[in-house]
Write a protein that binds this ligand. Structure first.
Ligand code: SF4
Length: 455
């Protein structure tokens, strides 16, 4: 079996909401295509008259609500997910006939919303979220690429071999192998994850810590920005933000202690998720749709339980190990396996985060992750109107509390008496996802997406 060669910062990515597979992946595709066009010789480039973008599968079904058209346009304009201006991104394509100039050396290619085609939902391509981008001449295609947005902002390009990456010092492909290395090498989970990251990326441990601190900062900002804002989220659902109301309630003396902690947690999860729904900057953990679960747990541990960044970083490393195994052996894409791959995996990563912060063993970390995912199996992805709002925002709050409960369940009793492994439940998630009808995989053609809502 192939080994896991994913970097921490491919899993935890900064980018604009609301959906990593519909926003970050397509923006990367637009940028990748632009770079290919930049490499064309002048005498080929001069024949280019327009760029066409074809969206398939879930990108076609819910791409409007998820802002895929704006994201891919941003990429074609040279924007990157980590550095783009989220407000400017929101404004792209807001006027139907507005023309954007894609300037490559002295060549100007004009681009409008009519050049984006919401194509077939059922299609022959190997991944649900497929985009095809073409540079057209007057009569023929000059350049064409097929892209697959595979979830969590990861992108594959047809025909392009995966980038050659260094091998991790401690190779593993699943949880069983990871545990075996920890035991045989007598190494801590933190040291294994840091050593592997160093061998994959060439970064020093100090640099990795610094980048993890940046991830923590962006997660905190998403929570804090969301707690301050009120009013309607974008889109036709007219959903009101609720995080600040919950936060004020948690701060008041109206609630008793246990309720208060959970209402704070709900407020933090809603805050980050509402920022995601508004298209602002968040961290994929593992995806944008599920980007409220870990920030809520992290924020509550930093501000309510006063945990230092050193401890939080260890928690993130444990959660990354779980995210890597889930992504490598199944999927973290709602379009591939439903919401079990997004909120289910986020809850599982969150349970590992909490267990690690509490100083639990690798066996408890695994059990906590297994419990969290087990009880999210079969969860469908059916966002109303294609907007990452209902059920997504509240689902992050529920996912954070699931993570908490899974950690509590796993950390009591003898962990060796636990009956299921994380690898088993990941396999079940994959098989359940394969059996799930396409209408429950981010197409908004079934489930909650068909409900009439109160306006
Ligand atoms: S229902 Fe779940 S998987 Fe689907 S868009 Fe919402 S958060 Fe993502």
């Amino acid at each position: 079996m192939s080994i896991i060669c994913t970097s921490l910062f491919e899993l935890f990515k900064v980018g604009p909401g609301p959906s990593s597979s519909h926003t970050i992946g397509p923006m990367k595709a637009g940028l990748h295509f632009r770079k290919l066009v930049e490499k064309l010789p002048d005498d080929t480039l001069e024949h280019g008259s327009r760029i066409e973008v074809h969206l398939f599968g879930s990108l076609s079904a819910t791409g409007k609500g998820h802002g895929t058209d704006r994201a891919v346009t941003g990429g074609l304009l040279g924007w990157t997910p980590e550095t783009c201006d989220a407000d400017a991104l929101q404004q792209l394509l807001s006027k139907e006939h507005e023309e954007y100039v894609i300037s490559i050396r002295s060549k100007k290619i004009f681009f409008k919303s009519k050049h984006i085609f919401f194509d077939k939902i059922k299609h022959p391509y190997p991944f649900q979220n497929t985009l095809i981008i073409k540079l057209m001449g007057e009569r023929k295609v000059i350049l064409e690429r097929e892209y697959y947005s595979t979830g969590g902002g990861f992108l594959q390009v047809k025909g392009e071999p995966p980038k050659a990456v260094n091998k991790p010092q401690y190779p593993y492909s699943n949880m069983a192998e990871l545990k075996k290395i920890l035991e045989q090498q007598k190494i801590s989970l933190r040291d294994l994850m840091m050593t592997n990251e160093q061998s994959l990326t060439g970064l020093s441990w100090e640099e990795i810590d610094k980048k993890l601190d940046h991830i923590i900062d962006v997660m905190e900002h998403a929570v804090e920005n969301g707690l301050k804002k009120e009013g309607l989220l974008p889109g036709p659902i007219r959903l009101h933000r609720k995080a600040s109301t919950l936060y004020k309630m948690a701060q008041s003396s109206l609630l008793e202690i246990p309720d208060r902690f959970f209402v704070f947690l709900d407020a933090y999860a809603l805050a980050a998720s509402e920022e995601n729904a508004a298209g602002n900057l968040i961290v994929t953990a593992p995806t944008s749709g599920s980007s409220g679960v870990i920030p809520a747990l992290l924020y509550s541990h930093k501000h309510y339980l006063k945990k230092e960044n050193r401890i939080l970083r260890e928690g993130l490393l444990a959660s990354a190990a779980i995210g890597f195994v889930a992504k490598h052996n199944a999927s973290i894409s709602g379009a591939e396996v439903g919401c079990q791959g997004e909120i289910g995996v986020a809850a599982s990563m969150g349970a590992a985060f909490l267990s690690k912060i509490a100083g639990c063993s690798i066996q408890v970390i695994e059990n906590a992750a297994e419990i969290a995912l087990e009880h999210n199996l079969g969860m469908t992805c059916d966002p109303i109107g294609g907007y990452v709002q209902i059920p997504c925002i509240e689902r992050n709050a529920v996912g954070a509390i699931d993570a908490y409960n899974a950690y509590l369940l796993a950390s009591t009793g003898d962990p060796k008496k636990h009956k299921l492994s994380f690898d088993q439940v990941v396999q079940v998630m994959l098989e359940t996802g394969r059996d799930m009808s396409t209408k429950y995989k981010e197409t908004s053609k079934g489930g909650l997406a068909l409900c009439d809502i109160y306006c």
